[in-house]
Design a protein around this ligand. Structure first.
Ligand code: GDP
Ligand code: MG
Length: 162
């Protein structure tokens, strides 16, 4: 079986966009209206000659009741299956209570975590990425899933943790 890399985070941070960026094709469903991704979707992926299973997560209604609980529940399930977790945070929003709740799940699980500071589309958001050191998960990797920036360095960190 291939190693499993799970992409977790709250709705709309860009998880599916990042999955498509890693796959080099548009397979994961990206929506401006969050909540479209089915619960968990596995893809065959490869980086630097190493194959792994890439797990996209999501699929809840962020306006629905118990949203925070569902985010953490999704993260718990994904993390159990994962060898490495990519935790995606939206730097244009910053770390929210829901993000902090996911961080607690990740800490408990004890799996290696690579922190993707997403939506760093230009120089003005770089400081916002650095602010995510405060989450206590180590180096925030600035990426723009939309434009492709930084995803290679982030994937190098993922492979180093595998
Ligand atoms: P998910 O709910 O976490 O899977 O998020 P999606 O991948 O569906 O993306 C949610 C929204 O964020 C979409 O409108 C994306 O186009 C947008 N988005 C994703 N990545 C980036 C990025 O790097 N920069 C910007 N500006 N928008 C992004
Ligand atoms: Mg999604």
């Amino acid at each position: 079986p291939l190693p499993v890399v799970a992409v977790v985070g709250r709705p709309n941070v860009g998880k599916s966009t990042l999955v498509n960026r890693i796959l080099g094709r548009r397979e994961a469903v990206v929506e401006d209206v969050p909540g479209v991704t089915r619960d968990r979707v596995a893809y065959d992926a490869e980086w630097a000659g190493r194959a792994f299973t890439l797990l996209d997560t999501g699929g809840w209604d962020p306006e629905g009741q118990g949203m925070a609980a569902r985010i953490t529940a999704q993260a718990e399930i994904a993390v159990v299956a994962a060898d490495v977790v990519i935790f995606v945070v939206d730097v244009t929003v910053g770390a929210t209570d829901a993000d902090e709740a996911v961080v607690r799940v990740l800490r408990r699980a004890g799996k290696p975590v690579v922190l993707a500071a997403n939506k760093v589309d230009g120089p003005t958001t770089e400081a916002d990425a650095a602010a995510l050191w405060n989450l206590g998960l180590g180096e925030p990797h600035p990426v723009s899933a939309l434009h492709g920036r930084g995803s290679g360095d982030m994937l190098d960190a993922v492979l180093a943790a595998l």
